[in-house]
Design a protein around this ligand. Structure first.
Ligand SMILES: [Zn+2]
Length: 351
């Protein structure tokens, strides 16, 4: 009999609800990730400590470790600490920087990683990649997808609104990433994966059309699901293409030149909106612009303190941040002067 389906790498468990952290021990036992609770629980500063205390209620044998999150060096230091005992798994509790650091350290040690998100700033909560600082640059490292993804809405709803709207920007950017992937397929013959596109695009469209805000739980759950789908789509496809296109090239270029102006989600959101404008997809452009306004996301360069010129220079440089990738930017191959004109029209359109 022919093999009619494929096997995909995906988390064993995905739980998005209030109170998830208190029952972490039961979840790890039920899913046979850790029968006796021999796990390392890793937290960063801030809300992670409170979450670790709640996790301890069902994980008495856990060892709690605190880390300096977000750097490659910090991840290697953590990997060394994880050698001190025979852990069944590593649980990372916190925001994106903690999750990425723990994900990479666990990958280096060959241990399963449980991702417990206390914020929803980007799709790293369920992706097979980790963004870490090394020698002043943010580098994206390959890692294993988390074995379980827990989003506890009791914590997430207390996260700063700007972090949550950044997550909206990262989720919406998948509409741009998948359009770029389809363009690359048509123009260069790049292999495409319809399942990964369905996951990534489906999640992003739910966020796009949800009438709620980061202040309500049904919207936060929709956002969490979209970020999980975007992250998992990368593992399904074996590439970051379902969640990274011109939007992310533009964000990397802004990040390199103007590292403090905006969060990752804000940069990719504006990058996605501009790329959608360049693509001439008017309906999606209107819908994205409307959603971004509702979620208080920057839409034009001045919203994040950049001039038209600075943005034009960044967008012209953007394709160099991901050589070999084909997006609407490589397709149109606009120079700084063309870009200046298109950006001015784009800003007029939105004002
Ligand atoms: Zn992203």
């Amino acid at each position: 009999m022919p093999l009619l389906a494929r096997t995909v790498t995906a988390p064993l468990a995905v739980e998005v609800h209030a109170g998830a952290v208190r029952h972490l021990g039961e979840l790890l036992a039920d899913r046979r990730i850790s029968a006796g609770g021999e796990v390392a629980v890793v937290v960063g500063p801030g809300i992670g400590k409170e979450a670790a205390e709640q996790a301890r209620e069902s994980l008495a044998r856990a060892e709690v470790l605190t880390i300096d999150a977000g750097t490659h060096g910090g991840a290697l230091e953590l990997a060394t600490k994880l050698r001190s005992r025979n852990f069944d798994a590593v649980v990372g509790i916190g925001g994106g920087r903690v999750i990425d650091t723990v994900k990479y350290a666990a990958f280096r040690q060959g241990l399963p990683m449980v991702s417990v998100a206390t914020s929803l700033a980007n799709d790293g909560i369920a992706s097979p990649t980790a963004s870490l600082d090394r020698d002043g640059h943010s580098i994206s490292y390959g890692a294993q997808i988390p074995i379980a993804v827990i989003v506890d809405l009791d914590f997430v709803r207390r996260a700063p609104a700007r972090q949550l709207s950044s997550g909206v920007g990262d989720a919406l950017s998948n509409l741009c990433a998948t359009a770029d992937w389809q363009l690359s397929h048509t123009e260069t013959g790049e292999p495409i994966d319809g399942l990964a596109i369905a996951m990534s695009r489906g999640g992003a469209e739910s966020v796009l059309r949800h009438p709620g805000s980061v202040g309500d739980d049904t919207f936060l759950a929709t956002l969490a699901n979209a970020l999980v789908l975007g992250g998992t789509a990368m593992a399904v496809a074996g590439t970051s293409l379902p969640a990274s296109g011109a939007c992310h090239e533009i964000a990397h270029a802004i990040q390199e030149r103007h590292p403090t102006v905006a969060t990752h989600g804000e940069q990719v959101g504006m990058g996605a909106l501009f790329a959608t404008y360049l693509r001439g997809d008017e309906q999606l452009f209107r819908e994205m612009a409307h959603a971004m306004k509702r979620h208080h996301l920057p839409r034009i360069p001045s919203d994040m303190g950049l001039t038209v010129d600075q943005f034009a220079v960044a967008v012209a440089y953007a394709p160099k941040t991901r050589p070999g990738r084909y997006t609407i930017l490589e397709h149109l191959s606009l120079d700084v002067s063309d870009l200046r004109d298109r950006i001015t029209e784009f800003c007029d359109e939105l004002s």
